[in-house]
Write a protein that binds this ligand. Structure first.
Ligand SMILES: Nc1ncnc2c1ncn2[C@@H]1O[C@H](COP(=O)(O)OP(=O)(O)OP(=O)(O)O)[C@@H](O)[C@H]1O
Length: 531
């Protein structure tokens, strides 16, 4: 399991302590402003001269308090949270890409979209900035305000000390429910995001099938389930944010009562009633912030658990290292055993018996067989994209095979141009000539479904695989969607690669048979060598 320090929530560094003091500064400056304003009122009430100095000081303190609220109280923790959000989003994307394929297949795509977009944001802005800066800042503000109040009147300070647990208890139930609800929302939100993604990705196919009604109904069901939990969440949020204002009236009345009593006894000026009212209001913000943010942190822990799960998956060894071979005389790949295509390992599970499948360096190897017989799963296995546990038997895979250039399905297209779509490789001039790219080399490429024809998309995938420097090339149906001229030239080209590159091609036709060094064919679930 990944260490908790991978995504720390409470991070008490010197910088964060300074930031927390900054968060507390606005409340403390506001408290000081109230006291000086109370002094102004006392001077005015007594009719004594010299109101100018405390009035100016009150003004300066009020401006400083507002500036501190905006800059230190809000902007600094917000900026810190956004930085954390960005850093954890980048790290999460890296981890998703690094995780073995089987770890990625354990969850549906909506889960990863949610982790990447939502959990990274929640971790940065709510959890880290909340627990490391905002909550400690609110605690400092509360302690400071109580201390300032105690200097004026210890009884008033005692009232705040009594009030704090009352408010905490009042908020306990809704904040707990909020925390529990947060856990329930996540899987519903995963499903909703997954469905949203499906609508966008499949729009054209849905239109072509005339299945708009079916898809909108599915979407409505998922949205209703999600919005139902969101409504409950919003209601609890509303309660938590408004309850303190309601209860604060009682605190304000009690504190003002104490001040008024002192006033009547002649122990304090009339300004103290105003100070009491201001302090009762001021203390609400840190108290509520502590209650709300602790609930937020508790409720949102599942987000950081999800991020840690992705980080743990990225650290998971693929397991293929144990199968890799290094020797120069070794085959590029050898598989001897039963390869399971489906997770089920019983009579219903699909499997391919790949007894003594072998590819030697520099060979052109053709694999044939009926649809769904497990040929693509075999290539995935050679490329180290599946799970070594899928094989009941033995295998030896060269590092070249495990890092092979791989044309697989669907051919992914990235918005940009052809050069960009080669993902860092320079176009192989011979492959480019063979594929007859036409205007594909100059035009803008988008991931809109009609931007490239099926054949053009295939050419792009082939150019990408054939331009990579890796010595082993795996091609899943290289001739699919190509016109007769390109098919013939491509077959000649692949035949010409013999001795220079190791090529394994899945074929549904005999066009490569004559050139192939070996041909394997699946018959009745068994992969046998036929040439
Ligand atoms: N994770 C999985 N869960 C369930 N079934 C799976 C899974 N992975 C593969 N399969 C099934 O295993 C079978 C073999 O798939 P594979 O893509 O290897 O076939 P193929 O021989 O390449 O077929 P084709 O010639 O049609 O491309 C298919 O029926 C596929 O649906």
């Amino acid at each position: 399991m990944i260490k908790k320090s991978t995504y720390p929530i409470v991070d008490i560094s010197i910088r964060n302590v300074a930031r927390s003091v900054g968060v507390a500064a606005s409340t403390l400056l506001a408290a000081a402003t109230s006291i000086v304003v109370g002094r102004v009122v006392d001077v005015l009430a007594s009719g004594a001269p010299g109101v100018g100095t405390p009035l100016s000081l009150a003004l300066v303190l009020a401006v400083a308090s507002v500036a501190a609220t905006v800059l230190l109280g809000e902007w600094v923790p917000t900026w810190l949270g956004v930085r954390r959000f960005l850093d954890s989003a980048v790290a999460c994307a890296r981890n998703i890409l690094a995780a073995p394929q089987r770890a990625f297949a354990r969850r549906e795509k909506g889960h990863f979209v949610n982790v990447l977009m939502n959990s990274t944001d929640t971790y940065g802005t709510l959890l880290y900035a909340g627990a490391s800066v905002r909550i400690p800042g609110a605690v400092l503000a509360l302690v400071g305000t109580v201390a300032i109040t105690a200097l004026i009147d210890p009884l008033m300070a005692a009232l705040i000390v009594v009030y704090a647990p009352v408010l905490w208890l009042a908020l306990r139930l809704p904040t707990r429910s909020l925390a529990e609800l947060e856990r329930d929302i996540l899987p519903v939100q995963d499903a909703w995001l997954g469905e949203s993604k499906r609508i966008v990705e499949n729009k054209r196919a849905v239109n072509a099938a005339g299945a708009e009604g079916y898809f909108s109904a599915r979407y409505r069901d998922r949205s209703e389930a999600f919005l139902c939990t969101v409504t409950r969440y919003r209601f609890l949020e509303l309660l938590i944010s408004n309850l303190p204002a309601l209860l604060s009236c009682a605190l304000a009345a009690a504190m003002m009562g104490v001040a008024a009593w002192r006033c009547v006894l002649g122990a304090a000026g009339v300004g103290q009633v105003l100070v009491a009212y201001s302090l009762a209001q001021l203390v609400q913000a840190p108290l509520t912030a502590i209650a709300q943010r602790v609930a937020q942190v508790r409720g949102n822990i599942p987000h950081v658990e999800r991020l840690r799960e992705v980080a743990a998956a990225a650290a998971e060894p693929s397991g293929f290292e144990a199968l890799s071979t290094m020797g120069s005389g070794d085959p590029a790949a050898r598989v001897d055993g039963t390869l399971w295509a489906t997770p089920a390992r019983d009579e219903d599970g699909k499997r391919l018996w790949a007894g003594e499948f072998e590819v030697r360096p520099g060979e052109l190897v053709v694999v044939k067989g009926a649809n769904g017989s497990g040929k693509s799963r075999l290539l995935d296995f050679l490329r180290g994209l599946s799970d070594p546990a899928d094989l009941d038997g033995q295998a030896a895979l060269s590092l070249e095979a495990l890092h092979a250039a791989y044309l697989t399905y669907p051919v992914p297209v990235f918005p940009g141009n052809l050069a960009y779509n080669l993902l860092g490789a320079a176009a192989d001039p011979e492959a480019a000539r063979v594929l007859d790219l036409g205007d594909l080399t100059e035009r803008a490429i988008t991931d809109q479904p009609l931007n490239l024809s099926l054949g053009e998309r295939q050419k792009l995938g082939l150019l990408r695989a054939l331009s990579r420097p890796e010595p082993v090339v795996l091609l899943d149906e290289p001739l699919a969607n190509l016109d007769a001229g390109v098919r013939a030239r491509l077959c000649d080209h692949l035949a010409g690669l013999r001795g220079r590159k190791t090529v394994v091609a899945i074929m549904h036709s005999g066009e490569l048979d004559a050139a192939a060094d070996r041909i394997y064919e699946v018959r009745d679930g068994r992969l046998s060598r036929v040439k």
